[in-house]
Design a protein around this ligand. Sequence first.
Ligand code: GZL
Length: 310
Amino acid sequence: AFAALVGLSTAAVAADKLTVGFSQVGSESGWRAAETKVAKSEAEKRGVTLKISDAQQKQENQIKAIRSFIAQGVDAIFVAPVVATGWDSVLAEAKDAKIPVFLLDRDIDSKDKSLYMASVTSDQVEEGRIDGRWLVKQTNGKCNVVELQGTVGSSPAISRKKGFEEAIAGSPGVKIIRSQSGDFTRSGGKQVMESFIKAENGGKNICAVYSHNDDMAIGAIQAIKEAGLKPGKDILVLAIDGVPDFFKAMSEGEANATVELSPDMAGPALDALIAYKKDGTMPPKWIKTKSTIFFPDTAKAEYERRKSLY
Ligand code: GZL
């Protein structure tokens, strides 16, 4: 009887050892790399086995990875959906296999909310509003803005554009004069900003660049300097993510504002999964992370504080 008891408890412990398959977008930005790093340490802290697949920003690779996780019979699937559409069939396969799905840092626009247990994301429309409101105030409602959009079709690109436009709608003097995707990368942001500068009288017509993430803004800062202009002064630089290098740029007077995006999306998802596995507790559909705007005045301290995290 004793052996059976021991056997039982070992089995119970084994059942606790959860395995999660994480379909990650790629490593297009400093923020994305930090999210992956934090996901690994958060899983380790909880004794969860995390299998990460890097899709190099291709949706078909994410779909392949999700199918493979289903075949492996993982306990849950985390996915950061590179774009908002095209997920219904593969997530229906996960649902049929009774494998809970969590969306991390990006949303899908599916009508069928039963295809995922919860999404862990910031309020990406509000992120755009926060930047827009700050720019209107900072420029007394007069500014020709160029916009660096994130990955075409991704929920952050759609939502951050929407929120920013909402915030400037009441100030006709604040106008988006050019807008194009830099695909969330530093090189993309630099190339697009170079074309904006060329098209706008060497950059003299441009009052500010609004970037959907810090990495494209860091590329834009290079382009502004190479055009002989002063980023942060001749052209205001505002973005979203809160990566260390952007805080460094702010502390050096080369950037003006960023809205922090927590790189820890996996921790809250893991806690929700563990609670569900333990006693069936269902998490809220949207586990929302905080959005706080930061400025040059605290940038040096914030840079020091964040370096180790990235
Ligand atoms: C937003 C996230 C975005 C980051 C970028 O939640 O999906 O993707 O803002 C990253 O840095 O590429």
